[in-house]
Design a protein around this ligand. Structure first.
Ligand SMILES: C[S@@+](CC[C@H](N)C(=O)[O-])C[C@H]1O[C@@H](n2cnc3c(N)ncnc32)[C@H](O)[C@@H]1O
Length: 283
């Protein structure tokens, strides 16, 4: 099946929108990616840095779909929404968008996976910035957002997401393990945390420790392997020399501009560049 066939004709209200807010979410890049994958072979689909899953929801891939992320709680949310949307909706309906309710939910320790899923979705939509951040004890510690225009998913939305996730494999694990499942004819979309190497005065410094530059190197090696296996890949990454050098040998590079970025060190006049690397159309 090619991607054009896979992009279903039936469009419903929420079916293409992520049900979570996610830092680094790629909704803005979706039109570019849909253009890239037109007429591309899509026997199976993999997204090993799932987050809010913007590309999965927009693409509506057919065939075997495998989604994964290192964040196990996030994967539990997807699994419970897939398997018990109304149970999650019932629990979600008990929360209110108030500071008292938020801090009580934040302090609570969920005892079941359905409780965990509802609490996660609630905190995600009512928190300050939707970033998933935990302290050294692993406790979620983002402050209340005071947001008036929240879009906390209702029962109908969760049921729609559940339909989209039927038959989808969901795993809490690191990308290099997930990429072991990739086969010839599959499409892989990769959106890792952005880490770059700075070379100041001969010392290489990294801007993030959670996803290190060593991880970026392992990612490049793993992408080379899936490419040699005959899979198509699309990788998004930071527009930085160190990233260019690492990934350019693997395919062609497209520079994309994200507009209307508010603030941020790299944002200038509402425009920030990012790189997309792909082997589609590169042969
Ligand atoms: C930029 S976000 C993905 C955003 C997603 N494309 C979207 O549109 O919402 C990167 C994700 O990678 C996950 N992650 C970090 N390190 C990872 C690793 N080693 N293996 C797999 N996932 C990882 C994070 O938990 C995060 O959800």
């Amino acid at each position: 099946m090619d991607a054009q066939t896979a992009i279903a004709q039936v469009k419903s209200k929420h079916a293409e929108t992520p049900f979570l807010r996610w830092a680094g979410g790629k909704r803005w890049l979706v039109p570019e990616i849909l253009k890239l994958v037109e007429n591309v072979r899509l026997d199976g689909y993999h997204e090993p840095f799932l987050g809010g899953g913007s590309v999965f929801f927009a693409l509506r891939p057919g065939g075997q779909v495998r989604l994964s992320d290192l964040n196990m709680d996030l994967i539990t949310v997807y699994r419970r929404v897939r398997d018990n949307p109304s149970g999650v909706a019932d629990r979600l309906a008990r929360y209110e968008n108030t500071s008292d309710c938020y801090y009580a939910a934040r302090a609570a320790k969920p005892t079941t996976d359905d409780d965990l899923a509802a609490r996660f979705v609630y905190l995600n939509h009512t928190s300050y910035n939707g970033i998933y951040r935990v302290n050294l004890k692993g406790e979620y510690n983002v402050p209340y957002g005071n947001r008036t225009n929240t879009r906390i998913p209702d029962r109908a939305w969760l049921e729609e997401v559940s339909k989209r996730l039927q038959g989808v494999e969901l795993q809490g694990r690191s990308f290099e393990i997930s990429l072991g499942d990739v086969k010839e004819g599959d499409l892989v979309f990769l959106d890792p945390p952005y880490t770059v190497a700075h070379n100041n005065n001969g010392f290489v410094k990294y801007n993030q420790h959670l996803f290190s530059f060593e991880d970026q190197k392992l990612l490049a090696k793993s992408i080379k392997e899936i490419s040699e296996r005959g899979a198509n890949f699309i990788l998004t990454n930071a527009a930085h020399k160190s990233i260019d050098e690492l990934f350019s040998p693997l395919g062609r590079k497209i520079t994309v501009a994200r507009r209307n970025v508010i603030g941020g060190v790299n944002a200038s006049r509402g425009r920030a560049d990012e790189y997309v690397f792909t082997n589609i159309g590169a042969k």
